[in-house]
Design a protein. Structure first.
Length: 124
């Protein structure tokens, strides 16, 4: 049996493993590497704070993910398949590493965030 997501270190492991998949993914990797030209160190630190706040309600994140993704959509048209692949890789990563209430919460929140972004970005 796998353990649940319980600490900041667990969040960091989840985020690190997820973005390792993203970097080389044929569907979404180019968006991060070539279009957004992501500073991986800065992105990872931001995502640690984002997911720690999302799961543990720490208040340690104050960014605006919608603004960032709307800007990205101006650089390259984001499509449903981009969001679907992101969701698939995120769920796969969480399932490989963890199980439990917080793991389920992370997957649910990821799906909800993605759904809202799709509505706001794809329908505008």
């Amino acid at each position: 049996m796998k353990r649940d997501i319980e600490t900041r270190e667990d969040i960091e492991l989840m985020v690190d493993e997820f973005y390792e998949k993203i970097k080389t993914d044929p569907v979404v990797g180019f968006i991060f590497n070539d279009i957004a030209k992501v500073n991986w160190n800065r992105l990872l630190l931001t995502m640690y704070d984002f997911w720690e706040n999302t799961i543990f309600f720490t208040g340690g994140y104050d960014g605006n993910p919608m603004k960032i993704h709307k800007h990205l959509d101006q650089l390259i048209t984001l499509k449903k398949e981009h969001f679907s692949q992101w969701n698939r890789l995120f769920t796969e990563t969480v399932d490989e590493l963890f199980e439990g209430r917080n793991a389920s919460l992370a997957k649910q929140r990821a799906a909800n965030i993605s759904a809202v972004m799709q509505i706001k970005i794809l329908q505008e």
